[in-house]
Design a protein around this ligand. Sequence first.
Ligand SMILES: [Zn+2]
Length: 287
Amino acid sequence: MTRNTSHHPVPADAAERRAIKPVICYPNETLPVPDLALYREARNGAEKTGEVLVPPRDAACFEVPAGHFFRISSVEGSQVGDLNLWNREDLSERFYSGKSRALHGTHLTTGERMWTSFPYLRPMATIIEDTLDWYGMDDYGGSVHDVIGTRCDPYTGNLLAGSQYHHCCHSNLTRALADHLGLSLEEAEPHVHDVLNVFMCTGFTRDTGQYFMKASPVRPGDYLEFFAEIDLLGALSACPGGDCSAEHSSDTAACFPLLVETFAPARGALEGWSSPAANGYDRSHGR
Ligand SMILES: [Zn+2]
């Protein structure tokens, strides 16, 4: 079945209905604007505090205090990464891919933010540098760093191909979180959530609306850098899809590590900034 298969008569005013101009669901002019100049100035004087090299087809965790920075870099070869973020003090507050998409669009870049789940709905990380921002939107409707995909996982592979593959991002993130927090796999798995697809080049086909991927334009030396708005626990998986030019959920693609580095600003460099409060809705839900 495709989007172009019709079983019902076309109404006389079909062309007029289709010609109606779209309206933006969530006009974002009223979103609180991050002070990028302040963040960048603080970043300039920041000192490196640590790094973790995420092995290919595996994941690793890292922690970033509120007001610090982290950078995800391509090293050795084109590789995409699946990023999960949690409030370090409360795993129930975690990245909300769907709402971040609704607020910013299908792909994130500099000045845009990763937002947390209900009832918090606050910025958890702000992108302050994106060396792939030149890519824009290509002729296929593809762009980089999407919030439209999920994370590759063994359940979908099993559904579509009957496979038992253990190094999808979902499993990598589950193992990394379990090891980092001393949890069992059963305890860790429900905390894994839909990701920011770092460096991945994706879109939806115009004719069928299907999710597509293509070879990532990322090259060694490229990076995406974030400001931590709250205390963060992060987990990054170096996707078994490598640059995602052909397939994922198998061991066939060439895969490379990803580097995560953390940085602390100089004392007093964030004068005037404070970690955002949880959402102001009173939660009475009409009662
Ligand atoms: Zn993946």
